[in-house]
Design a protein around this ligand. Structure first.
Ligand code: 13P
Length: 256
């Protein structure tokens, strides 16, 4: 079963850049020609969101890279979903493996974050994916299902319109070691099958599943041709304007 949603490419700038480099990146993105039918979202570091918001072309939607699990208050260092909505930031990345591993975010915590963000009007790129050890022990699908189940537990079927699933195998993130198109397709198909059984056939066919992990201008075409790959979540290559535009335009190779 192929995904039926529009191709969607996110650029996760992570904790990179400064005023000078981000100003330049926005200029380069604005110069780029996106000639494919694709939703494009960029996620600058929190501090730079307002600096990117006014100069960036409207075809790029903005995302934060994280937000708090509930209403704001005495949570030093956090930003709430309400604040993002108030600042006209429509998207947020949640459950990134770097936050799961380095900040100790559990499956349940991520599930609650996704639900709270949606309740406050945000759309979410919800990240899942296995470590190298988990892949080598054959646990890839189990890990993805477990992480997704924690999100399924918190959402109603209608909420899934606001969610893009980002499948990012941890071993492929920032390593230059990309999943083969076959590996990615196989896992994406498994994720879609899980969504059909855990939520509904309708949600499974509509939910968009991004692949993330060392996507670049050279490998995006072959990945985009896969039937269950509905987009990308890009790290390193999203910091290079023309590479990111090429990745966005690879949407045209996705004919499903
Ligand atoms: P890289 O594209 O740098 O591997 O990062 C992927 C990622 O983590 C996007 O969220």
């Amino acid at each position: 079963m192929a995904g039926t949603g529009k191709f969607v490419v996110g650029g996760n700038w992570k904790c990179n850049g400064n005023t000078a480099s981000i100003t330049q990146l926005v200029k380069d993105l604005n110069k780029g020609e996106i000639d494919a039918d694709v939703d494009v979202i960029v996620a600058p570091p929190m501090l730079y969101l307002p600096k990117v918001q006014s100069p960036i072309d409207r075809q790029f939607k903005l995302s934060a890279q994280n937000c708090w699990v509930s209403e704001g208050g005495a949570f030093t260092g956090e930003v709430s979903a309400e604040m993002l909505a108030d600042a006209n930031v429509p998207w947020v990345i949640l459950g990134h493996s770097e936050r799961r591993a380095l900040c100790g975010e559990s499956d349940e915590f991520v599930g609650k974050k996704v639900a709270y963000a949606i309740k406050n009007g945000l759309s979410v790129m919800a990240c899942i994916g296995e470590t190298l050890q988990e892949r080598e022990s054959g646990a890839t699908q189990d890990v993805c299902r477990r992480q997704l189940q924690a999100i399924v537990n918190e959402l109603s079927a209608g909420d899934w319109e606001k969610v893009v699933i980002a499948y990012e195998p941890v071993w492929a993130i920032g390593t230059g070691k990309v999943a083969t198109p076959e590996q990615a397709q196989e896992t994406h198909a498994g994720i879609r099958a899980f969504m059909a059984s855990a939520v509904s056939q309708d949600v499974a066919s509509k939910v968009r599943i991004q692949y993330g992990g060392s996507v670049n201008a050279g490998n995006c075409e072959e990945l985009a041709k896969q039937e269950d790959i509905d987009g990308f979540l890009v790290g390193g290559a999203s910091l290079i304007g023309d590479a990111f535009i090429t990745i966005c335009n690879s949407a045209k190779y996705n004919t499903y």
